[in-house]
Design a binder for this molecule. Structure first.
Ligand SMILES: *Cc1c(COP(=O)(O)O)cnc(C)c1O
Length: 434
């Protein structure tokens, strides 16, 4: 499969190049040249298949031309060492719980898959050339991405990960998920804000001497190897609803990668009635869906902070998928937007009525379905993170004491290890060079 850039000004790339480079030369996002339709036999059999079997069929359609069958199977099965169960919340609303992975958020799926695919390409290259050259992954994080990437790559041979995070700006729960791992993961505590971390990473990619010295790559969310595997669990959700199901799918969205993967699923023939993109107060796409005008603006801080995005990067992929046709896009996807005060009320109401604890992100998804489902329809929303990840907020809003899952508690018991770093690039470079 070949990959083109959404900006259409970069050379066509192989899967390997798209994965290693992440972003195309023209700063566009890579898109597969073709999206294969899966045959009706697969959809008939899906309800009887396991999550891993379903995912392998979908993965084969994306990556089967570029990865050996046994290797692809190993990558998929290794990635999905946890379930994504569908839980009934009301008569016609189901929660697709995507938080059963190591860091309790849906980003685990894409990060784990990308780590294993990257390792596959490194190994192949090494065998060809007979030399070992590690890949160094740099990732700047304001919290969630760092933990998913660090844990996704933990213990993966041939890859070293450097997580840069702003000192004192990340919650203790989040920090513990990437500072206590050791092995091939190095946490770098930058004396600055998130933007300083991102600037250090960008400068590192542009520094010629550093790039001669070591192989650098990024693991941000626009990478095709992180983005496409997110389609797996949408097929599995439809399968869990049983034969003949055709749900409305609602995705709490920030950078719009997760919902975009679901749209790919629909193009492949997955039965789905329509989509809802649920936003917090960052309502750029909501406004676009209402008016056809896309007007990015600086993000505002909300309770659902992983969705605080003012110019969603994957929106370019959605435009490309629908050939910039506003009426097609607004025909398939409707929007919703919720203020922090609304999110609080939604969480309280859902807990009172259904006994189900929503996290602030999932709350947007649940409510959008509740408001927009028509009689006779069934809806699935993504619960994108475990409520315990936002324990302080959730406890305060619901007046409860959310139980911390074992694996999250285990991180918090670990010993923090991080490298203190100034925000000066020369210091960061000197550290990497030695
Ligand atoms: C990243 C994230 C989102 C937003 O997903 P996108 O793919 O960026 O739209 C939503 N909820 C949680 C908990 C997240 O971590």
């Amino acid at each position: 499969m070949k990959y083109y850039s959404t900006n259409k000004k970069a050379p066509i790339a192989t899967l390997e190049k798209a994965v290693v480079k992440g972003l195309a030369e023209d700063r566009g996002l890579y898109m597969p040249e073709r999206i294969k339709t899966l045959d009706s036999k697969f959809f008939d059999e899906m309800p009887e298949m396991t999550f891993q079997e379903i995912a392998l069929t979908v993965a084969d359609a994306f990556f089967g031309e570029d990865v050996e069958p046994e290797a692809l199977k190993r990558i998929v099965y290794d990635t999905l060492q946890f379930d994504c169960p569908l839980v009934k919340v009301t008569d016609n609303i189901y929660s697709l719980e995507l938080f059963h992975g190591p860091t309790l958020a849906f980003k685990d799926v894409g990060a784990r898959f990308m780590a294993r695919l990257l390792q596959y390409f490194i190994k192949e290259r090494r065998e060809e050339r007979g030399v070992r050259r590690d890949i160094n992954v740099l990732v700047a994080t304001s919290g969630d991405t760092g933990s998913a990437v660090a844990n996704g790559f933990l213990g993966v041979d041939g890859i070293n990960v450097y997580v840069l995070y702003p000192k004192g700006k990340v919650s203790r729960i989040q920090e513990s998920q990437f500072t206590t791992l050791g092995k091939n993961i190095t946490a770098i505590e930058v004396d600055g804000v998130f933007d300083d971390c991102q600037t250090l990473v960008k400068n590192a990619f542009m520094d010629e001497e550093l790039n001669k010295h070591m192989r650098l790559t990024s693991a941000n969310s626009i990478n095709v190897a992180r983005f496409l595997p997110q389609a797996f669990y949408y097929f599995y959700a439809v399968a869990q609803l049983g034969k003949g199901a055709r749900p409305v799918i609602c995705v709490p969205s920030g950078n719009f990668g997760n919902i975009c993967a679901a749209l790919f699923g629909a193009k492949m023939g997955m039965p789905v009635r329509r989509f809802i993109a649920a936003n917090n107060a960052n309502d750029i796409v909501y406004k676009y869906l209402q008016t056809g005008k896309y007007e990015p603006k600086p993000s505002i801080q909300t309770l659902a902070n992983a969705m605080d995005v003012g110019d969603p990067s994957n929106f370019a992929r959605i435009l490309d998928l629908f050939q910039n046709d506003y009426s097609a896009i607004s025909g398939h996807i409707s929007g919703a937007t919720y203020s922090d005060e609304q999110i609080r009320n939604i969480m309280r109401e859902c807990y009172k009525e259904n006994g189900y604890i929503l996290d602030p992100h999932g709350a947007c998804g649940y409510q959008a379905l509740k408001e927009q489902l028509q009689p006779g329809e069934v809806g699935v929303f993504c619960e994108t993170a475990h409520p315990a990840k936002f324990k302080e907020k959730v406890d305060e809003i619901l007046s409860i004491d959310v139980e911390i899952p074992e694996r999250l508690a285990a991180f918090m018991k670990g010993t923090k290890k991080s490298v203190p770093m100034s925000k000066e690039f020369k210091d960061f470079k000197a550290f990497l060079m030695k």
